[in-house]
Write a protein of this length. Sequence first.
Length: 397
Amino acid sequence: MSDSQPAVGAILKAARDAAGLSLSEMERRTHFTKPYLSNVENGRKTATIEVVEAYEKVLGFEVPGDAMERRTLIAALPVGPFAPSLLTEVIRKSLVSGLGESATVDDWQEICEAHGRDCMTTPPAAMLERLTGDLLVLRHQLTDRDNEELRSVAARLATLMAMSAASAGDIRAAPGWYRTAKRMAATTRDVTLMAWIRGREVLRSDYDGYGTPGSILKAAQLSAGMTEGPSVGRMEIMVAVARAYARLGERSSAHAALAEARRAYERLTVVDEAESMYYLPAWRYALRETYVHAALGDTVTVDRVLGEVAAARPANLTRWGVQVDLNRALALGHSGDSRSAVDSAVHAVERTPSAQHTQTMRQLLEGICSAIPDGRHADSVAHLRRIGGLDEHPSRV
């Protein structure tokens, strides 16, 4: 049984209780027995998609998307203590909606912006809870009052869902959510939004480790028409290309792609004061460039850029502070200073709360471990892999 099952069962039980139906009534209205449904609600049996759909049909409780996306959402539901707060908020919003007081388009845009800010500091598991609750509610409003602005919100939230799922270690869920985001964005005819989602998808496949250099370079070729011009998507894809070439050790190609990414970024309107997943201030863009130099072992450039990043980074953005330290450790590893690389990485992980560990962090750690020659500092590398959870969270779909 997966860890998410207790939360799924709790959601089904709370939805049934809210509707005022007994288990005996659910047994009568579905083809499942009362003992079986009781076991599902209490987490003793797996909440299959068939069980969820039966509850949806009887209770009007709906999970968005097609079969694959619904399975993804169920798998992404939070564990244990998160479930009650998630479900009570969904029920509260559903009751308010039933009174004709559903959120307006402006409300949803504010919610969307808030989630973009929260993603910067909130642990990925908690973000999955928040996003799941709002997506469940938004699904009904898309049916009742469909328009391009709401679909734009849905596309952005689905993108954040993909990023949060991958950050939490569920890299198998991310591609499905990106597909959903792209499908939703395509209905809005918003070229900028579509390019942003595509750029996020390609770059994050590298950040989170499930994209290979070959798949990233191919994705960049296939995205050429969509991301032409001064778009965030173009910039992000070229950063991904530069990172791919750096991983292959192709220095000149990596630098050329990075220069193109820089030109694309400089043509954008930059919002420096906004700390949100939707915006990219200069210090965060510089951090993206740093990986390329680190993977090529250029410690001089890495130290210079990371000094600027550290000075500009808000102190509360813990995960980005870890990236600063791990990029420096990666550069040390590729430059041949294995001992300093491992020690720096261990220190960075040990001072980071486990709730803030992400797949991006683990991918950097994998890169550091790979840069250490076989047999060198074996005990320290094993310790780093253990505290970083590298063997618990594989980096391939």
